[in-house]
Write a protein of this length. Structure first.
Lengths: 632, 693
């Protein structure tokens, strides 16, 4: 991109720095809080992480996200979203209650409030390995055994975990939390853990949805939560090679915000990016919304520093590709905290895109949408993000309509305009919506738009405007908060995902939905369940599919067990339909039982052999993946 | 005389005046048609339920889908590659196959046909009973999952009746897999096509192209559930009123979409259709004897119009519980096995094939379970054992006795509760007056049954035909007794005082192998069946067990004798087959001479005829090619006969050692005439079962 254009992009992002030198041959950015050297390295000053050590002061202790942001019922009995962080904050959504009543049978008279905040007396006393603790103290590595801090790191965000927080207590929580400040601290901690036979569980953002950070109940050794959040430095950005070297504890929002200040981005945006960490992404093989342009984590990572009980594992060079036998990066990626801790990562960066534009397409039916996405993938012209919602999700989007007068009108309103003019013949009970995000230069975006909309029209799709697209993406962030509201009214809900070849995509969606419905009936769930899906990523050979599933459990005593049983049926169905164990959430403890079927005996044996070599004493003993036998 | 009623809540005081429109679980659907306009009924609007994932398609679109499918494209490519034929030509063939196959279901044609059909049905049958609850289940399921209708098949009327029932209940009309035989009939071929029949060649073994078109055509209609799909698991119409062993081809083709995870589930609905009187009874009898049946041409059917003046009693149609293939296969198959190849290329796994076989047997067994047994079947069973004639009093007694035991064995018998047994038997004799007659002494006889000692072949066949008609009706209840009979036969044939249960079981297994073609045994239930039968016999029929042995003296009684005698003709037929194979067995260069099964069967029939004419045996039923051929195939199944292909045709030859052994075992169950090994010259000797009473 030309220097001038580039500069204008940067200007948009760094208003403070309007007099940066603009040279066509070499681009450098200088500002007050960074220094750039002749070799193209941009360095950053350290900054405190957005999420403090005492996470519970900013974040909900028993639910999703910021304390100040949540759905509430106001005095008029209408749903509103609190705080001021999000565009939805401070808005009332008059149709949402109606929707919840109609789809899942919520009744305002039947509440299930959570237990009050837990105090020291409720939280298990820590197992103490005094030698380990005193060595830590000697080495001046910060740690705590505060019960609230330990509790906060005892869980991720699966239904089961949050339900435990609302109703009970975990049998086992970490006994200690340590906060290394650097790679070297990590080396020391791992050494000490090996010496004193202490279990380490790396903790990044705690956003896992596979039970990955939960403590094994039967563990008798001291369990230490290795919280990487203080390792949040961007060590440097190498502009020549477009690589940023970062400490693994930096969370997505901090990483992108701080890179943007210098005109860069990684473009890695998992929906959890506000809280999840770089190390966590590597450890779980995460996938970002904009992978079509930037790639998934495995495409983004150039170098990883990995501290294991055997020592530090890393490659000696930082190259775009290598043929050096088995790829050790692929032992680290997806290791889910079972082999070691990721301490530093060199990740690709890109200049911030000049232009960012949302879009949407309405299809008469979900099926048309799938066919269209398939074609888009085939022609390899997918924009940064393209997602297809089924009708139920479209309806849900409509229900999120804030009170009129706001900038956020509903899908329906947005689509109605088209409906009157063009959409005659579209059945609102069947239509399906694709949301799009384009990134690039103005021209690139324009060309992409043209091409995608042309393809869409071949499949009966009509462009339905940018607003609808934007709202679609917002919905993704909001839905995690909405579950907490459901919890208050007898609703249990969760999402799960898979990847599937194109030829089976539609059948898988239909069959899994049918299976969920059927299993609900079998278990005498009295209210209609909420079952919906969306295709969230496209690839050459297939797609990623997301399901949301929830139900009203009034009249049932063990909702979580029932939920899990049903989700397991759905997973079985997914596997029988040619889908995978997971596209990006990972295995953790939740999906262990499917690992053998997925990789075979030899595959599993190989993983175990690696584990036995690297970590024979099971110091990284979080019980994920191939460790031990799955709990059925 | 309203005050006549004893209780105000009783509307019809005289039970005799209550119509039999509703009977137990059944409802007569013809009644309404007798009181309203047929045309009005045929033209009324129908509000039919449809499958939730259905996309409305025209017949043309279905065909387009088939031609554009990956499966057919792939097959065409393969054929071009293997045969070297130009692509256009192969596509041409493909289209021809599809055209030949496709149905052309048109509501217009159906409505027209319906007017005609309803008149015929009213003329032929008194009542057509349907179990309403079964229909409700079908109605509910149609919305949820694709439906496979698998009726029993004992008459051409089966599929007319099925469509009639669906029309009556405002259900979507089924499309029906029909054998090619009909296509020859000009008018009917056309009419049936327009009423939803599609045509399948009887055998297309390894014709890749045909297979691909057929599979895609069937599966796309299942997946989109354009209509319920109907076909006969037994493959063809049973000429014996017994169920035929199931075939697996159509069943696997139609259930494959579940295993390949195209659809969430498929509901199989077994339907049992029971006739008081089978329209084709006479045709069947001749066919069983090998007298060529009249070709199924339109004119022949029309000539059958004088049939319209006859009374064919009632029909009972029972819709069984929908059987979910998903539930049926839980824990037994792993569908993810198909994940590694395109779904149109790979075939079903061995696990799945086994499962489908098992399912096919279960379907047929479910048919049998819900068959409605008419009093005439009971009567026929008694008559078969009393060919010389039986007095009315005796007949009624025997029928009542048999009825009680059939009921105890789980049969559903259509016996009017408020009539005397005498009335019931007399009315059933009246319905079948073409087979039996009551003479002046109140003795019931078969019409022209007597076989003079030296008659021409023709006459022998004539009386055999009459006899076979009777046996067809007895056949309707044979499945109820076959298992207890297999135990009884062994008890009856035992020459010791006691019989260890293990030996009894071994004999049971032997008999099951032999009777495998004539009766339906679930391949995995042998032990269970045996145990149930033994329990029945000990609880109900005086069989005594002590120290894991049967006490033969007390166990050989009226029950065991009667049950054994019921099956005597079958065993005798098999024995004749054995003897025929053994005696005509000539070594040609160290190997017995191989012949096509048809030829062997015919030879065995000749031996039967000879033995009959010479009075050595008396069961005319052994002339039935069906029994003989079933015997031959059972022997093959038991490894007593080997099979090989010559010019694509099956040839068979005896496996002397095994065969001799089978034959000897068989002789223990029967008193058989002696036939010298080398010739078919027969000393005259009567064959009777080893009756101890
Ligand atoms: C609302 C919501 C939306 C989500 N959206 C996405 C999405 O779009 N894409 C996606 O990929 N995932 C998504 N996730 C899942 C989750 O955010 C990812 O798995 C993420 O990568 C986890 O990162 P984390 O830092 O929170 O890791 P944690 O939850 O803290 O830990 C996850 C696992 O990684 C291990 N681990 C963490 N840090 C390290 C380290 N430095 N070294 C070694 N092991 C480590 C832990 O031991 C644990 O086993 C979502 C989750 C939620 C709740």
């Amino acid at each position: 991109m030309a220097g001038k254009q580039r500069l204008s992009v940067i200007k948009q992002h760094i208003r403070a720095n309007t007099n940066a030198p603009a040279r066509t041959d070499e681009i450098q950015v200088s500002c007050s809080n960074c220094s750039s050297t002749d070799d193209g390295k941009v360095s950053f000053q350290s900054e405190a992480p957005t999420i403090p050590k005492r996470r519970q002061e900013l974040l909900k202790w028993n639910g999703w996200g910021y304390k100040d942001s949540k759905f509430n019922l106001n005095k008029d009995g209408q749903v509103e979203f609190g705080g001021e962080r999000y565009r939805l904050s401070g808005q009332t959504m008059p149709q949402l209650r109606e929707w919840m009543t109609a789809t899942v049978g919520i009744s305002l008279d039947h509440k299930t409030p959570a237990q009050p905040e837990l105090t020291a007396k409720d939280i298990p006393a820590p197992v103490k390995n005094e030698e380990f603790i005193s060595e830590l103290r000697k080495k001046a590595i910060p740690f705590t055994d505060d019960c609230q801090d330990r509790l906060f790191r005892a869980h991720g965000h699966t239904l089961h975990e949050v339900f435990v927080l609302r109703e009970g207590i975990f049998k086992r929580i970490p006994d200690l939390v340590v906060w290394p400040n650097s790679h070297n601290d990590c080396v020391k901690i791992v050494n000490l853990a090996c010496q004193h036979n202490v279990v380490l569980i790396p903790f990044g953002g705690g956003t896992t949805v596979s039970g990955a950070v939960e403590c094994p109940e039967g563990e008798t050794r001291m369990i230490v939560s290795l919280d990487t959040s203080q390792m949040n430095k961007i060590l440097w950005v190498d502009e020549k090679n477009m690589i940023a070297k970062c400490e693994a504890g930096i969370i997505g929002q901090d990483l992108e915000r701080r890179l943007a200040e210098k005109g860069f981005c990684t473009g890695h945006e998992p929906d959890s990016m506000e809280f999840s960490s770089l190390g966590g992404w590597v450890a779980t093989r995460a996938s970002g919304m904009k992978k079509n342009i930037y790639g998934n984590i495995e495409d983004l990572v150039v170098h990883i520093k990995f501290v294991t009980p055997k020592g530090v594992m890393e490659k000696s060079c930082q190259v775009p590709r290598i043929s050096s036998g088995l790829d050790i990066h692929h032992f680290m990626m997806g290791s889910e905290g079972t082999l070691g801790v990721v301490t530093e990562v060199a990740i690709k960066v890109r200049p911030l895109p000049e232009c960012k534009k949302y879009g949407s397409i309405v299809f008469p039916e979900f099926e048309n949408g799938v066919a269209c996405l398939r074609e888009v993938a085939k022609q390899r012209c997918a924009p940064a993000s393209i997602r297809l919602m089924d009708n139920q999700q479209f309806q849900f989007g409509s229900a999120l309509k804030p009170e009129s007068g706001s900038i956020l009108t509903s899908f329906v309103d947005g689509i109605k305009k088209f409906y009157i003019t063009k959409l005659k013949g579209f059945d609102p009970k069947k239509l399906s919506v694709a949301t799009l995000l384009f990134e690039g230069t103005q021209q690139e975006v324009a060309a992409q738009e043209k091409r995608v909309y042309e393809i869409a029209s071949k499949f009966g799709g009509l462009a339905a405007g940018a607003d609808n697209g934007e709202r679609g993406y917002m919905l993704t962030f909001v839905i995690a908060y909405l579950r907490d509201l459901g919890f208050e009214y007898y609703i249990v809900a969760e999402s799960f995902e898979t990847s599937v070849p194109w030829d089976r995509c539609l059948d898988l969606c239909n069959n899994v939905k049918d299976r969920l419905d059927r299993e609900c009936k079998k278990r005498a769930i009295q209210f209609p369940p909420y079952i919906t899906c969306r295709v969230t990523q496209t690839y050459d050979a297939g797609a990623c599919v997301y399901f949301y599933f929830g139900f009203n459990y009034r009249g049932l005593s063990n909702p979580v067990q029932i939920y899990e049983d049903i989700e397991n049926c759905a997973r079985e169905e997914i596997l029988a339909n040619g889908g995978s164990i997971s596209h990006h959430h990972g295995v953790g403890k939740l999906r262990k039982r499917y690992l053998k079927q997925t990789v075979g005996d030899i595959g599993l044996g190989t993983m175990r052999a690696i584990k036995n070599f690297i970590d024979p004493d099971n110091i990284f003993g979080n019980d994920n993946l191939m460790i031990g036998e799955p709990k059925l | 005389m309203e005050e006549q009623s004893r209780n105000v809540w009783i509307k019809q005081d005289d039970p005799k005046l209550v119509s039999s429109r509703h009977k137990d679980i059944f409802e007569d659907i013809l009644e309404d048609r007798r009181h309203s306009s047929d045309v009005g009924w045929c033209l009324r609007t129908r509000d039919v339920p449809t499958y939730k994932n259905n996309k409305t398609r025209t017949i043309g679109q279905i065909k387009e889908h088939v031609l554009a499918s990956d499966r057919v494209k792939y097959a065409v490519e393969q054929v071009c590659m293997e045969s070297g034929l130009p692509t256009d030509e192969v596509w041409g063939q493909t289209k021809e196959i599809l055209e030949e196959m496709s149905h052309n279901l048109k509501l217009g044609a159906i409505r027209g046909f319906a007017v005609f059909l309803v008149k015929v049905l009213k003329a032929l049958f008194k009542r057509i009973y349907v179990n309403e609850e079964g229909i409700q289940k079908v109605r509910a399921m149609i919305k949820e999952y694709p439906i496979l209708l698998t009726p029993s098949h004992r008459s051409y009327f089966d599929f007319l009746l099925m469509s009639f029932v669906f029309y009556h209940y405002d259900l979507p009309l089924p499309v029906i897999a029909a054998a090619m035989d009909f296509m020859g009939m000009k008018f009917f071929g056309w009419l049936l096509r327009n009423s939803g029949a599609f045509y399948i060649r009887r055998s297309f073994g390894d014709d890749q192209l045909y297979w691909a078109v057929f599979t895609e055509y069937v599966q796309t209609q299942i997946c989109n559930s354009d209509h319920p799909l109907e076909f006969y698991v037994e493959g063809t119409r049973s000429r014996t009123a017994k169920s035929y062993c199931p075939k697996f081809g159509m069943l696997s083709a139609s259930l494959e979409p579940y295993f390949k995870a195209h659809i969430p589930d498929i509901m199989v609905i077994p339907v049992s259709i029971s006739y008081d009187k089978i329209l084709e009874e006479k045709l069947y009898a001749y066919e069983l004897l090998g007298v060529p049946k009249p070709k199924e041409s339109t004119s022949a059917l029309f000539k059958a119009r004088n049939i319209l003046s006859e009374d064919f009693g009632n029909v009972h149609i029972h819709f069984g519980d929908p059987l979910s293939i998903r539930e049926y296969s839980v824990g037994k198959v792993d569908r993810s096995i198909h994940n590694l190849a395109p779904r149109y290329i790979a075939s079903l796994s061995a696990q799945e094939t086994d499962l489908l076989k098992s399912l096919a047997y279960d379907i047929v067994l479910l048919h049998l379970k819900h068959m409605v047994i008419s009093p005439w079947s009971l009567t026929a069973a008694v008559m078969v054992q009393n060919k010389e004639g039986i007095s009315m009093r005796q007949l009624v007694r025997e029928v009542e006795w048999l009825k009680r035991h059939a009921l105890n064995l789980g049969a559903y018998i259509d016996w009017p509760g408020n009539e005397s047994s005498d009335t019931v038997v007399r009315s059933t004799l009246q319905l079948h007056k073409n087979i039996v007659a009551i003479n002046k002494e109140d003795v019931i006889e078969l019409i022209s049954m007597d076989v003079p000692s030296h008659v021409s072949e023709d006459q022998l066949m004539q009386s055999a035909a009459q006899h076979l008609m009777l046996s067809i009706y007895r056949n309707q209840l044979m499945h109820i007794f076959v298992r207890v009979a297999m135990v009884s036969l062994t008890i009856n044939a035992c020459t010791q005082d006691t019989l260890p249960l293990d030996d009894l079981y071994n004999k049971y297994v032997f008999l099951e192998h032999l009777l495998n073609r004539d009766f339906i045994f679930h391949p995995e239930h042998t032990k269970l069946d045996f145990e149930h039968s033994l329990l029945t016999l000990t609880h109900n029929c005086g069989v005594v067990i002590k120290d894991d042995c049967i006490l033969i003296k007390s166990s050989t009684n009226k029950y065991t004798t009667f049950f054994s005698q019921m099956f005597e003709p079958f065993l005798l037929g098999y024995w004749i087959m054995c003897r025929c194979l053994l005696s005509s067995h000539i070594d040609v260069h160290g190997k017995p001479k191989a012949k096509p099964p048809k030829v062997i069967t015919k030879e065995a029939q000749m031996l039967s005829a000879r033995l009959l004419r010479e009075g050595a045996i008396k069961h005319l039923e052994v002339l039935s090619l069906d029994i003989l051929s079933n015997g031959l195939h059972a022997l093959h199944h038991m490894n007593a006969v080997s099979k090989e292909k010559r010019d694509g045709q099956a040839y068979m030859y005896p496996n002397a050692i095994v065969l001799t052994n089978v034959c000897e075992q068989l002789e223990k169950f029967l008193d058989v005439p002696q036939i010298p090994m080398t010739s078919i010259l027969v000393e005259s000797k009567t064959v009777v079962i080893n009756a101890k009473l």
